[in-house]
Design a protein around this ligand. Structure first.
Ligand code: ATP
Ligand code: MG
Length: 357
């Protein structure tokens, strides 16, 4: 099999802090890998090493067969990067940004203009092409970021949290763009804190926690790995929730989890007869349900089982990045995300990611 990305034992330290603690990654050409993990897990550090912006302290990484440390120039010719923090110039228009990047990549003036027009069309930005980026919505900006990383027709594309901070509609738009890229044969490494995103887009998922790979596999494999299925049931009447909880505890020996907002009870279901046993008990007691069935566990449940904590617990763990980050990006679905870094780090990211684009 030909691998677009191969990393072995990557280590990165910041002083005493070990950001990457021996990371291995293998991405076959033409596939999408989702790198999933909470804040501070090491996702961006990995992307920066694989895009030659950061030197590892140990291990090695090859992209398109070229060593990222020994042959960074060759690697840069193959890659595109959409960084975690926007890398386009606010004061310039969409067209101007893309033409500028094309010129930096040695396209002729006419070639750069043609490529810009083509990308703006592909990303449904033609109408806004001549407006400054500062007037773009979050979703348009992210699409322009993606377009910017594609000017040089990269074989390998890194997307670092491409949809963080976007509303569900804008997120869906970015997903469509990523799917089209993959149809065209690009290899994509996508980092995300959204389990659903990895589930939707990735052929395989690597889960990071504290600078290590804690699990990998296809989404379905990861879900199966934590065992069996999950029974979910929602009593029609809220007042029946305690009785159904007691029934489930008695039948499975485990107290069910309750989704407070919707009154849905879930419990691991290893016994295939559990659903019918529960149905009989409910019927005998005259309890109606709006929903009942078996499903594979969600990736959130997988993450919790693998790491002992939720994937999107938002708050910094052990004061990581103790530089004024705060959970300011409350999403409609209740997950907390962190968008802020110190200005120093952010500027550093922006400048260096621009130069690699
Ligand atoms: N320039 C730096 N100096 C010191 N520590 C750093 C630096 N960059 C990253 N770190 C630390 O390395 C660890 C990994 O950070 P990284 O940015 O790779 O995480 P991440 O998984 O991308 O997190 P997020 O979801 O918040 O983007 C964190 O604990 C972070 O504080
Ligand atoms: Mg990051």
């Amino acid at each position: 099999m030909s691998y677009a990305i191969r990393a072995e034992g990557l280590v990165k330290r910041y002083g005493d802090m070990v950001a990457l603690d021996g990371v291995d990654l293998e991405v076959p050409a033409g596939r999408v890998i989702g790198v999933l993990g909470p804040n501070g897990a090491g996702k961006t550090t990995t992307v920066r090493i694989l895009s030659t912006l950061l030197r590892p302290d140990g291990g090695r990484a090859m992209v398109g067969g070229h060593d990222v440390v020994r042959d960074p120039v060759r690697v840069r010719q193959l890659i595109g990067l959409t960084g975690q923090y926007a890398s386009v110039d606010e004061a310039l228009s969409g067209t101007e940004n893309l033409v500028l990047l094309g010129r930096l990549l040695d396209l002729s003036k006419r070639g750069a203009q043609a490529r810009a027009a083509q990308l703006l069309e592909q990303f449904s930005l033609t109408e806004a092409a001549n407006r400054p980026i500062s007037t773009f919505s979050g979703g348009m900006r992210r699409r322009l970021d993606l377009a910017a990383s594609l000017v040089g027709r990269p074989q390998v594309l890194y997307l670092d949290e491409p949809t963080t901070g976007l509303d569900p509609h804008a997120r869906g738009e970015v997903w469509d763009v990523v799917r089209r890229l993959v149809d065209d044969g690009s290899t994509v490494l996508l980092t995300t804190q959204y389990l659903e995103e990895a589930d939707q887009l990735a052929d395989s998922i690597t889960v990071f926690d504290h600078g290590r790979v804690v699990a990998e596999g296809r989404p379905g494999e990861l879900k199966r790995r934590i065992g069996g299925q999950v029974l979910h049931v929602r009593p029609s009447l809220t007042r029946d929730v305690p009785r159904v909880t007691a029934m489930l505890t008695e039948l499975t020996g485990t107290a069910p989890a309750q989704d407070g907002a919707h009154g849905v009870l879930t419990v691991p279901a290893d016994d295939p007869l559990l659903v019918s046993a529960l149905a009989r008990r409910l019927a005998a007691d005259g309890i109606g349900t709006d929903e009942m069935g078996l499903r594979l566990p969600s990736l959130d449940e997988v993450f919790l089982a693998l790491t002992g904590r939720p994937a999107t617990d938002g708050e910094q763990i052990d004061g990581e990045k103790g530089d004024g980050k705060k959970g300011d990006g409350k999403k409609g679905d209740g997950t907390q995300i962190d968008r802020e870094q110190s200005d120093r780090t952010q500027n550093d990211d922006v400048n260096s990611e621009r130069s690699a684009a």
